[in-house]
Every structure is written in structure tokens, then in C-alpha cells.
Unconditional design. Structure first.
Length: 150
């Protein structure tokens, strides 16, 4: 059931992937897109992190699937940080648009760590997954501390 729900959610997000490469009709559309992409990424990363911390039973198959989804999703939201998307229903700080090179650097680092997590999860080795979860979570925290309103 969880896999079916994940697949349905991914299919919905992927249906809008083409929109991300084009200009959004309205800034609110871009904000919704990036929030949803980040939400799906976080949910799948969180599932793996819960296993790594012992808060959820370890299931190598689910960890690998969730890490792969999180890795894919980590590439999607960045196109939706365009002009005019700094206002509205968002927790993004204005510094994102003032420090775009640094923001991109943080996003690139997170994507690289998310890819390492996906690779570690494919091995099924819990110790490798724990290491990768910690590194990935660290990159998320660094960016959130700098660029997300609480």
C-alpha cells in the first residue's frame, strides 16, 4: 500500500516536471511546485533516516526505493526559485535571490549527498546508509539554517 501511494505521488509530481523547465504561469504555481517537490523528497529521505536512526525497522528494499525517489526529487525544485517567487506562501528567505550562487552551491551539495545516499541504500548496508543519511541531513540543515524561515 505504501509503495502504491508513493508511486501515485511520484507520478503526479512527474506529470508536472515538464512545467518546471518552462516558465511558470504564475509565481504561486512555481511556489506550489517547489514545495511539493521538496515535500516528496523530505518524506522519502525521512523514511530512510528513520531506519538509519532505529526509529523504524530496517527494510533494505524500502530504503533503496525511498532513497532513489529522494535522489530524483532533489533535482526538481530549483527551477521554481525564479523571479517573483520570493513572496507568497513560502518559507524561503529573501537571501536566496540575493545570494543565488551560494544557494545553488548548497543545492548542488545536497544533490550530491542525496546521490551518495541512493548508492549506499542500493548496497543494503545499514552502516553505509547511516553515514550517508548523516551527510545528507547535514547539507539539508546547512541550507535550511541559511535560507528557510522557521
Amino acid at each position: 500500500m505504501k509503495t502504491s501511494a508513493s508511486i501515485a505521488l511520484i507520478a503526479t509530481v512527474l506529470a508536472f516536471t515538464t512545467t518546471a523547465s518552462a516558465q511558470f504561469a504564475k509565481p504561486d504555481d512555481a511556489i506550489k511546485y517547489r514545495k511539493n517537490a521538496l515535500f516528496v523528497m523530505q518524506q522519502n529521505f525521512g523514511r530512510v533516516a528513520a531506519m538509519a536512526s532505529g526509529k523504524a525497522p530496517f527494510d533494505a528494499k524500502v530504503a533503496a526505493e525511498s532513497a532513489a525517489i529522494a535522489d530524483y526529487m532533489s533535482k526538481l525544485p530549483w527551477a521554481a526559485f525564479g523571479d517573483g517567487t520570493d513572496k507568497g506562501d513560502t518559507r524561503a528567505k529573501a537571501e536566496i535571490w540575493k545570494e543565488s550562487a551560494k544557494f545553488k552551491e548548497y543545492a548542488d551539495k545536497m544533490q550530491a549527498e542525496m546521490s551518495k545516499l541512493a548508492a549506499a541504500a542500493k548496497t543494503g548496508n545499514l552502516d553505509s546508509i547511516k553515514t550517508a543519511v548523516n551527510a545528507t541531513g547535514g547539507t539539508c540543515k546547512t541550507c535550511h539554517d541559511a535560507y528557510r524561515k522557521e
